[in-house]
Design a protein around this ligand. Structure first.
Ligand SMILES: C[S@@+](CC[C@H](N)C(=O)[O-])C[C@H]1O[C@@H](n2cnc3c(N)ncnc32)[C@H](O)[C@@H]1O
Length: 251
């Protein structure tokens, strides 16, 4: 997969994009990350990529032209339908499902804003999508782009060690993952659940699903509104609710 990132601060990507899984993905040619310095596409002699806002107010605005030229350069030879994604706190909120959807593309282009943002005509005429990483405002789109890249590449086959591991993670099927343990079997008075130590795979899978449901019930009950659950799982949720109310039907 090719990911083109358009930014005024390409050096910010050193470190996060050159370590661990990101490095492995690049080393195995599963990720071709291309950083484009938007300033290289500024045509005036001062290479200015920003200007004062029409209508007054504080802060500078990134100019449309350098961003447009950088996008056009990144799009040269790109497959039809390559998304041009604007990083913005005003976009649809990034999620597991969007990460999976983006991982299907051969190429994506990500545009990082700075200052007060980018001249809106880039949004109107060039961007095909707008993504936010949450309802708060950061100083630039570089960290959001890195967050999104990290989440997307986990869905490229071959990037993670165990194929399909991302499918067992939290949010993959609408609920959270249950707890994990490693050795020793007892630590500070807390034992690893016996079912995990016994090695019965079917029982472990059932326990994990139940623990995932329990954790979702405790931490993110809102997710249960849309999660696909079996009748048995709905019954289990009812027992959690009864337990919370101090009326455990199975004492
Ligand atoms: C200071 S912000 C501009 C915020 C803008 N004035 C507003 O109120 O919507 C500068 C840049 O950071 C990036 N950014 C900030 N918060 C973000 C978020 N939650 N998700 C994605 N990008 C974000 C965007 O690229 C944005 O253009």
């Amino acid at each position: 997969m090719q990911i083109d990132v358009l930014t005024l601060f390409p050096a910010m990507f050193e470190g996060p994009m050159t370590e661990s899984m990101l490095w492995k993905a690049r080393d195995r040619n599963l990720l071709d990350l291309r950083l484009h310095d938007i300033r290289d596409y500024a045509l005036d002699k001062h290479k200015s990529a920003d200007d004062i806002p029409y209508g007054g107010g504080g802060g500078m605005i990134m100019k449309a032209e350098p961003v447009a030229l950088a996008v056009e350069a990144a799009l040269a030879g790109a497959p039809a339908g390559t998304p041009v994604i604007l990083m913005t706190p005003q976009g649809r909120v990034f999620s597991h499902d969007i990460a999976k959807e983006l991982a299907q593309h051969e190429q994506i282009i990500m545009v990082c804003g700075r200052y007060e943002g980018i001249d809106d005509r880039v949004r109107q005429l060039i961007a095909t999508d707008e993504l936010s990483i949450g309802d708060y405002v950061l100083t630039g789109g570089e960290l959001p782009a890195m967050v999104i890249i990290d989440a997307v590449i986990r869905h490229i086959p071959g990037v993670l060690g165990a194929e399909g591991a991302a499918d067992a993670d939290s949010h993959a099927d609408g609920i959270l993952e249950g707890p994990h343990f490693t050795r020793p079997p007892e630590w500070r008075g807390v034992s690893v659940p016996q079912v995990l130590q016994d090695g019965d795979h079917a029982k472990v899978a059932k326990w994990r699903r139940e623990q995932g449901l329990r954790r979702t019930w405790q931490q993110r009950p809102d997710l249960l509104m849309t999660a696909e659950l079996t009748e048995d799982e709905r019954y289990l949720l009812a027992t959690f609710a009864n337990e919370d109310a101090g009326k455990n039907p199975h004492p």
